[in-house]
Write a protein that binds this ligand. Structure first.
Ligand code: NAP
Length: 306
C-alpha cells in the first residue's frame, strides 16, 4: 500500500516541489493538506491546523511533510510523532539545535520514521564531489552564495523575523553541501553578520572557518543573477568546483557528466526507505554551523530593508 502523506504548510516549496515529487512517486499518495488558509483548487481534504489534520485523518494517514517556516516546525513535528506518523522535515529541520535533538530523540523512542531533508544534498553533483574529496586534505574552501532577496523571497516576512535565518536560509543550503562533501568538520572561528536596522536577521554574512583558508560569503543584495558556487582546493593539487547550487561539477577545470535527477524526487526516494525501515535520519551539521555563526558573530547594522 502507498504511504498516505499530508503536507503541512502549503507555500512555495510545497506547491513547487513537494506536490510534484509526491505525485511522481507511486510509493506515496497525497491525502491531505494542513495550512493556515485554504489553498484554492485543492483536490484533497484541507485542515486548518496540525491537530485538526491528525484528528480528521485518524487511521487514514501514515506520514506528514512539514513545509512551514522553521519557527513552528518543532511543535508540528512533535504532534505528528506523538500521533505515530512518519515525518519529513523541510530544511532547516528545526529552529534550534535543541529542537532538532528533541525531535531525533522522540522519533527514536516512537520508531515512527524521521527524515531531516536537505534538498541541496540531493543535487546532481554532490555524491560525485564527496567521492572525489573523501581521501583529500582540504587546502581551502570558498563558498559564494549570492542572490537577490527581492526576487527569491518576496513577501516572506517570517524569513526576516527572529528565528527566520535571514540570508542563512539559502546559505544553509551551501553549508549542507559543504558539510556533506568535506572529509572533516567545519569549525566557525569568526563571523560578520550584516543586519538591516529594521530587521531581525542578516541580509549578508561572512564566515571564516578554522584550520585553513576557508570562508563562506552569503549575500542577499545581489541583483544580477545568482551565484551559488562552492570552490575546493586540496593539498593534493585538486580543484573541485560545484556551481548552480550543486547542479554542475568540475574537477581541474573540466566539467564532469552528472546523472539527471530531481532533488525532490531523490528526497522522496530516501524518505520512502526511512518510512519502510522506521529509521531516524538527521544531519544537524549545517544547523550547527549557522548556530555557531550567530554565537561568535559580530553584528554590523545596515540601512533599513524596504
Ligand atoms: P512560504 O512560501 O512562506 O510558505 C510557508 C507556508 O507555511 C505558508 O503557506 C504559511 O501560511 C504556512 N504556515 C505557516 N505557519 C504554519 C502553521 N503553523 N501550520 C501550517 N502552515 C503554516 O515559504 P517557503 O518558501 O515554502 O519555505 C518554507 C520552508 O521551505 C522554509 O523553511 C524554506 O527554507 C524551505 N525551502 C524553501 C525553498 C524555496 O525555494 N522557497 C526551497 C527549499 C526549501 P501563511 O502564508 O498563511 O502564513
Amino acid at each position: 500500500m502507498a504511504i498516505r502523506i499530508a503536507i503541512i504548510g502549503f507555500g512555495k516549496i510545497a506547491r513547487d516541489q513537494h506536490v510534484p515529487a509526491i505525485l511522481a512517486d507511486p510509493r506515496f499518495e497525497l491525502v491531505a493538506v494542513a495550512s493556515v488558509e485554504r489553498p484554492p483548487a485543492l483536490e484533497v481534504p484541507w485542515f486548518a491546523s496540525t491537530a485538526e489534520l491528525i484528528e480528521g485523518m485518524r487511521g487514514q494517514l501514515d506520514a506528514v511533510a512539514v513545509c512551514t517556516p522553521p519557527q513552528v516546525r518543532h511543535a508540528i513535528a512533535c504532534d505528528a510523532i506523538a500521533a505515530g506518523l512518519a515525518v519529513i522535515l523541510e530544511k532547516p529541520p528545526a529552529g534550534t539545535l535543541g529542537e532538532i535533538d528533541d525531535l531525533e530523540r522522540k522519533a527514536q523512542i516512537a520508531r515512527c520514521g524521521l527524515y531531516a531533508a536537505w534538498h541541496s544534498q540531493h543535487a546532481a553533483a554532490v555524491q560525485d564531489a564527496r567521492r572525489l574529496l573523501e581521501d583529500a586534505t582540504i587546502a581551502s574552501l570558498n563558498i559564494a552564495w549570492f542572490e537577490d532577496v527581492r526576487k527569491w523571497h518576496p513577501g516572506q516576512d517570517w524569513i526576516w523575523s527572529v528565528g527566520g535565518f535571514g540570508v542563512f536560509d539559502p546559505g544553509i543550503n551551501a553549508l549542507s553541501i559543504a558539510t556533506h562533501i568535506l572529509p572533516e568538520p567545519l569549525i566557525v572561528k569568526e563571523a560578520l553578520l550584516i543586519e538591516p536596522e529594521n530587521r531581525q536577521a542578516p541580509i549578508a554574512a561572512s564566515l571564516t572557518f578554522a584550520g585553513n583558508a576557508s570562508r563562506a560569503e552569503f549575500d542577499w543584495r545581489h541583483e544580477e543573477g545568482e551565484c551559488w558556487t562552492i570552490h575546493v582546493d586540496t593539498e593534493e593539487g585538486q580543484t573541485i568546483v560545484l556551481e548552480e547550487g550543486g547542479a554542475r561539477l568540475s574537477a581541474g577545470g573540466v566539467q564532469l557528466p552528472l546523472p539527471e535527477r530531481g532533488e525532490y524526487n531523490s528526497i522522496y526516494s530516501a524518505f520512502a526507505e526511512v518510512v519502510e525501515k522506521r529509521e531516524v535520519v538527521v544531519d544537524r551539521e549545517p544547523l550547527r554551523i549557522v548556530a555557531d555563526a550567530f554565537l561568535v558573530g559580530s553584528r554590523v547594522r545596515a540601512e533599513p530593508f524596504e
